[in-house]
Design a protein around this ligand. Structure first.
Ligand SMILES: Cc1ncc(COP(=O)(O)O)c(C=O)c1O
Length: 371
């Protein structure tokens, strides 16, 4: 039977992710719009975004947070172009974004002393291969396969190399041991439901030390430059962005950070996301025709939850279309390069009640298409 109750919010996309519950654009503080981002007001708003990120994530002393161009991709490429080349690099990849970083390192930067550890969609590579003397690149949560790292215990506390982590669909949703991370990047449009615009670059003191003691042999465009005359450009980490940011996006980000504080901070955001995953886990357990793409529970993402169905590609497309037509779920198809299936975002901006309301529709759509 066709269900009657619909999710109040049918936005389950894995990026840009749904806005926080209660989001209202008219509540944004617009005083900084139309002003110079280098005015006292503009810089104060950018500094607040940095300070609140640092506080809410409870970053260790000495870690720096910068707002950089080009969203998560910009932040990751800026880090790789600025830091790599001094040591051998170990890259771990298990879905398309991680594969993109392998391409950057091997085909664009053309580094020769590299080792790539690649797993198929649903699996995760063997992290015990990582050498502490090498630089290490990995993704905390593979958004397109729904596979996350279990933890960072495999990273040595005594490492000589740097760890560079694309954490865009994990920050504010997963417990990250920051002492194991030298560089982390994320964007506003994922877990926080912010706007796609700027990237966040988090640096440990060891990453700063590398930046100040090593200069790559290749040219760096201005947009990537983190140092000047061998010194870190501190301004980038104090709200003096490299180039002009969107203050509207900054205000939207501040609204999202404020909301994280209101719901109880980082741990509440993580708990909410895990509770969302639990709703899907029960459904998967109760229905033989649907399963996680992730090979086991330990590595199953609690944000970008990828699901495989006993159905053909065409049938899956039909299910997705039916759900969108009914306005109960938008943008839940698997990523274009991933095995076909569903991908349902479960970060904290998604309400559990909406997931609960969605599932009978999923059963209904499946039965419509398959039977
Ligand atoms: C793991 C991962 N890395 C990088 C990106 C690219 O992010 P952006 O579009 O914010 O640059 C995404 C986007 O979905 C992602 O999921």
């Amino acid at each position: 039977m066709k269900p009657s109750l619909k999710p109040i919010n049918p936005n389950f996309s894995s990026g840009p992710c749904t806005k926080r519950p209660g989001y209202n654009i008219s509540a944004l503080n617009l005083d900084s719009l139309g002003r110079s981002h280098r005015s006292a007001l503009g810089k104060a708003r950018l500094q607040k975004a940095i300070d609140e990120t640092t506080r809410l994530l409870d970053l260790p002393d000495g870690y720096k947070v910068g707002i950089v161009p080009g969203s998560d991709t910009g932040a990751m490429e800026m880090a790789m172009w600025s830091l790599l080349g001094q040591r051998p690099v170990d890259i771990f990849s298990w879905e398309s974004f991680g594969a993109g970083w392998v391409t950057d390192v091997t085909k664009q930067l053309k580094l020769e002393d590299t080792r790539s550890f690649v797993a198929n969609y649903g699996d995760i590579p063997d992290f015990s291969q990582a050498k502490p003397e090498h630089d290490i690149i990995f993704t905390w949560n593979g958004t397109t396969s729904g596979v996350k790292v279990k933890d960072a215990d495999w990273i040595s506390d005594k490492r000589g190399g740097l760890t560079i982590c694309d954490a865009t669909s994990a920050v504010f949703a997963m417990d990250i041991d920051w002492t194991k991370i030298d560089v982390a990047t994320f964007s506003w449009q994922k877990v926080l439901g912010g706007e796609g615009a700027h990237g966040m670059l988090i640096l440990s003191p060891r990453a700063v030390e590398r930046l100040e003691s090593y200069t790559p042999s290749w040219p760096l465009p201005k947009i990537f430059r983190l140092t000047s005359k061998g010194q870190l450009i501190d301004g980038i980490f104090q709200g003096a962005t490299i180039n002009t940011p969107s203050m509207l996006c900054v205000e939207d980000y501040l609204d999202a950070l404020n909301w994280i504080g209101e719901i109880g901070g980082l741990s509440a955001a993580i708990t909410k996301s895990e509770a969302n995953l639990a709703v899907l886990a029960k459904y998967v357990n109760d229905n033989a025709w649907i399963d996680f793409l992730a090979a086991n529970e330990d590595i199953c993402s609690n944000t970008s939850v990828c699901l495989q169905l006993k159905a053909t590609d065409e049938q899956i497309k039909a299910i997705i279309k039916l759900l969108a037509n009914e306005k109960v779920a938008f943008d839940i198809g698997a990523y274009k390069d991933a095995p076909s299936g569903l991908r349902i975002w479960c970060g904290a901006t998604v309400e559990k009640t909406d997931l609960v309301a969605l599932l009978p529709w999923l059963t209904w759509a499946y039965e419509q298409v398959i039977e």
